[in-house]
Design a protein around this ligand. Structure first.
Ligand code: UDP
Length: 455
């Protein structure tokens, strides 16, 4: 018998591809042959329908709001990543099925957002399938209670009313719910997608989550009652794969500038604030300027990643006097290898949008966070980081330079900062333990492998 074969299908977003590849790497190191399917679908759409194909989808323009800056308010629908993702939902079933038919002797695996497509195809072809949700368990469980949120959404529900009807979640408010749950518009494309996918996923037998038992124990217990089997296998990046030791990456952005390693090497240990809002969210010019002056006035060195499409609708222009004032203690670039940056000894804090991968990367590196969540599960992650796990502090949604400065100082200089730092080190050690032999995530990977091999 040949090597067992796993086909992995990922939506073409950076925050989905990275953990899927980490899982692929672990399975590969344990003897599996892997076929990884992602952005190729986009290329085939472009080839078959021409370069304008991705612009013609009517639902995409339907989801735009007057500020021109929304799928669920904070991601730009014109951003190529969002467009690839939306097109993938609609177009990948047939080519994916063709691929599966062409490949023999396989076990299926699909990233969570594509479960609707992948599960149907896998079922049709009698292939064992596993759904991998790349968001936090505390974010994911909310999508299972969308109907309940709608039912209870009356005039008495404010953004701060305590919510007690989602099992496993502690001390949360409507403002902490994922953006697709909070949207008032039930016709919103993402809302409907989340609703359909949640319904479908409850029918799925096998759910994989990039988290570990101790971190999200109560919410995981609640999820376990809804699925036949839940494998908590995270943080995937903490597992020791035999070869290669560096995580495999398939970056959707080009690193145009690698000079940051040299710059980081020159900084004092734990002295630098690292600022990165991930691969999808967009911000306004006003917000950009508030962050800029907030960082400048903190007097701490910082490394700031500003994607070419970070500022909605235009290119980012930083004030000249800000650039002059900070040129001796800043490094600004458009994309970096975040796993390398965040684990560099000079990094002392991470100002982040709290994407789930960024949150796990903070834990893995023992770097505390300043949270500025916007979209999807980020609000819930930030709530847990600050209230439950104690390794972050939050900046208000309506960001102001004074608060950015005071939060940076609080994290880098104050006693609160020391306490937060201790907490993140606590979680780093627990994460490592979970992913080493005898730990919950390590053993769950073993179980997953056994289950994949059952025919
Ligand atoms: N990332 C990176 N370089 C960057 C920005 C992001 O390597 O400049 C990686 C980051 O390490 C993480 C992923 O992209 O693994 C982003 O995922 P996350 O869930 O944090 O946020 P999203 O981009 O999905 O909002």
């Amino acid at each position: 018998m040949g090597r067992p074969h796993v086909v992995m299908l990922s939506i073409p977003g950076q925050g989905h591809i990275n953990p899927m590849l980490e899982l692929a790497q672990i399975l590969h190191s344990r003897g599996f042959f892997i076929t990884f399917v992602t952005r190729a679908q986009r290329e085939s759409i472009l080839r078959s329908q021409g370069p304008d194909a991705l612009r013609r989808d009517s639902r995409i323009s339907d989801t735009r709001q007057s500020d021109g800056c929304s799928v669920a308010r904070f991601a730009d629908p014109e951003s190529h990543v969002v467009r690839w993702c939306l097109m993938t939902y609609e177009n990948c079933a047939a080519p994916f099925k063709d691929l599966l038919v062409r490949l023999n002797s396989l076990r299926g695996g699909a990233e969570g957002h594509l479960r609707r497509v992948a599960l149907d195809v896998a079922e049709e072809l009698s292939i064992r399938s596993f759904v991998f949700m790349t968001m936090s368990a505390c974010g994911f469980i909310c999508s299972l209670y969308l109907d309940e949120v709608i039912r209870r959404d009356d005039n008495n529900l404010t953004m701060d009313t305590p919510i007690d009807f989602i099992p496993g979640l502690k001390d949360i408010r409507p403002r902490d719910l994922p953006s697709f749950v909070r949207t008032a518009d039930q016709e919103d494309f993402i809302f409907k997608l989340a609703q359909n996918a949640a319904k479908k996923s409850v029918g799925a037998k096998n759910l994989l989550l990039n988290t570990f038992d101790l971190l999200e124990d109560e919410v995981l217990n609640a999820l376990k009652s809804k699925f036949q089997k839940v494998y908590t296998v995270g943080p995937l990046a903490s597992h020791n794969t035999t070869t290669p030791t560096k995580p495999m990456r398939l970056s959707l952005w080009k690193e145009e500038d690698r000079g940051y390693t040299e710059w980081l090497n020159q900084q004092r240990p734990s002295s630098v604030i690292y600022v990165n809002f991930g691969s999808i969210i967009t911000i306004t010019t006003e917000e950009l300027v508030e962050f800029a002056w907030g960082l400048a006035n903190s007097n701490h060195p910082f490394l700031w990643v500003i994607r070419h499409d970070l500022v909605c609708g235009r290119s980012a222009v930083l004030p000249k006097d800000f650039l002059d004032k900070t040129k001796e203690r800043s490094y600004i670039l458009s994309w970096c290898s975040q796993d390398e940056v965040i684990s560099h000894k000079s990094i002392g804090g991470f100002l982040s949008h709290c994407g789930w991968n960024s949150t796990l990367e903070s834990i893995n590196s023992g770097v505390p966070m300043i949270c500025w969540p916007r979209f999807d599960d980020q609000n819930m992650n930030a709530r847990y980081v600050c209230k439950e796990w104690g390794f972050g502090i939050e900046i208000d949604e309506d960001v102001k330079r004074g608060q950015v400065t005071s939060k940076v100082k609080e994290l880098m200089e104050g006693e609160k900062g020391d306490e937060i730092r201790k907490n993140v080190v606590y979680w780093r050690e627990r994460a490592k333990k979970a992913a080493t032999q005898g730990g919950s995530s390590y053993e769950n990977i073993n179980e997953l492998i056994e289950d994949i091999n059952l025919v």
